[in-house]
Design a binder for this molecule. Structure first.
Ligand code: ADP
Length: 411
């Protein structure tokens, strides 16, 4: 691709829209911003370009379409060169069901498939469709590319993705484990292969993406073979406000013994549990670390459970993989919390892990590299960069007749 090509990356959430203009070649970010409180009275947009931060109030109840219009009319209009360098729009799409194992150029069939997956991602997929429609109207000359969070996990074998439920639920209703955060796990896999000096299709890692949402993936020969999130992002690890794995019998208990309705159960498990629920203080790891240091018992317990459950998954993924070249930490907590990493690795000493305290403390705020002692199992910290993956995929799929297209992008 031409060294001056740029991709507009859009991440449409239910009430927010994150945007970024990225050089797909270098990953260099020229512009980034977010439209927030969409559909509400106080909708607003803020952005950063060339070190300068700006913000604006949007009309009340503005939605994704208005943010994209604002981006074109008010933001990109101040940066003509950037606008002219755009070769594609890359959209993050949370759920692609079983239809997509790779990123694709958006056409009517793709839009229909995203629509069909609305039942699996009721908050996200409708917002993605709105974003794609608005971006297609605003940039009619540019190709739109969909990059799916589920795609990387489509390589999972059946034994990893079928629930032990009546098979008809899978066959007739698509109820199975799909996994999320695939774009991040893929980025980390490719970067780990580079750091380990291995071809991607020979690398075996356990990738722990720990942010507000958290998931862990077993990667065999560069492909996801198991992951902790399931039909929805609720399964698996303890998260900021999500419970992760619980006994499914809990749901019947809450419903029949404690009169919870479905909405209340949903709120309990998704919004009131996890670090927040246990600590009764916060879902934020930084706050909990500080509180635990100050003697807050709930904060200490929340961190203990978060790390213990994560270590158990890592142990399980050692059983899944024939060999593990590296354990990788990424996401806001994985990249920044030396305490979480230290506690998890301490729990895993029986598997040959040991942390080098100095390297562990140093690996913060964007630093990447190993944090293990010389003799112990390789443990890496790798800052994730999902936007760059989206930009790269979008640039690679640009058809030859697109403005600004450079044939070297297919190298
Ligand atoms: P999201 O899933 O929303 O993208 P992030 O990946 O940004 O979330 O991660 C957010 C989490 O990272 C929060 O729990 C936050 O406290 C944690 N975090 C960020 N910086 C630090 C830090 N320096 N130490 C410990 N935790 C941190």
């Amino acid at each position: 691709m031409s060294s001056s090509s740029q991709v507009l990356v859009l991440n449409c959430g239910s009430s927010s829209l994150k945007f970024a203009v990225i050089d797909p070649h270098s990953g260099c970010l020229s512009l980034s911003g977010i439209g927030e409180s969409l559909g509400q009275r106080e909708a607003s947009v803020s952005w950063k370009c060339g070190g300068e931060r700006q913000s604006a109030i949007l009309p009340a109840n503005a939605r994704h379409t208005e943010v994209i219009r604002f981006l074109v009319d008010e933001v990109l209009s101040q940066h003509d060169k950037l606008r002219d360098q755009l070769v594609a729009i890359g959209h993050r799409v949370v759920h692609g069901g079983e239809k997509f194992s790779h990123s694709v150029l958006v056409d009517d069939a793709v839009l229909n498939a995203i629509q069909e997956c609305v039942a699996l991602a009721p908050l996200h997929n409708p917002a993605h469709l709105q974003g794609i429609e608005a971006a297609s109207a605003a940039f009619p000359d540019l190709p739109q590319v969909a990059v799916f969070d589920t795609a990387f996990h489509q390589s999972m074998p059946r034994q990893a993705y079928i629930y032990a439920l009546p098979y008809t639920l899978y066959r007739d209703h698509g109820i199975r484990r799909y996994g999320m955060h695939g774009t991040s796990h893929r980025f980390v896999t490719e970067r780990a292969a580079e750091l380990l000096n291995l071809p991607v299709n020979e690398v075996n890692i356990i990738s722990a993406h720990l942010g507000n949402g958290a998931s862990i993936t077993a990667v065999h020969n560069g492909r996801s073979v198991d992951t902790s999130m399931g039909l929805t992002p609720l399964e698996g690890l303890v998260m900021g406000t999500r419970s992760g794995d619980v006994d499914p019998g809990l749901l019947m208990h809450l419903g029949s013994r404690m009169d919870y309705c479905l909405k209340e159960i949903n709120d309990l498990l998704n919004k009131k549990s996890g670090l927040l629920g246990i600590s009764e203080l916060s879902n934020d790891c930084r706050t909990l670390e500080q509180a635990a240091t100050d003697g807050h018992d709930g904060a200490q317990l929340a961190l203990d459970i978060f790390c213990y459950r994560l270590a158990k998954y890592i142990g399980a993924y050692h059983a899944v993989l024939p060999q593990v070249d590296a354990l990788v930490f990424t996401g806001g907590i994985g990249e920044n919390s030396s305490l979480v990493r230290q506690k998890v690795i301490q729990q895993l000493r029986g598997l040959g892990y040991a942390v080098d305290d100095e390297k562990n403390i140093r690996a913060r705020f964007g630093e990447e590299g190993p944090i293990n002692t010389d003799q112990s199992a390789v443990t890496l910290v790798i800052p994730t960069n999902e936007e760059w993956v989206i930009a790269r995929d979008a640039a690679e799929l640009v058809p030859p007749d697109t403005p600004n297209h450079d044939p070297s992008s297919r190298e």
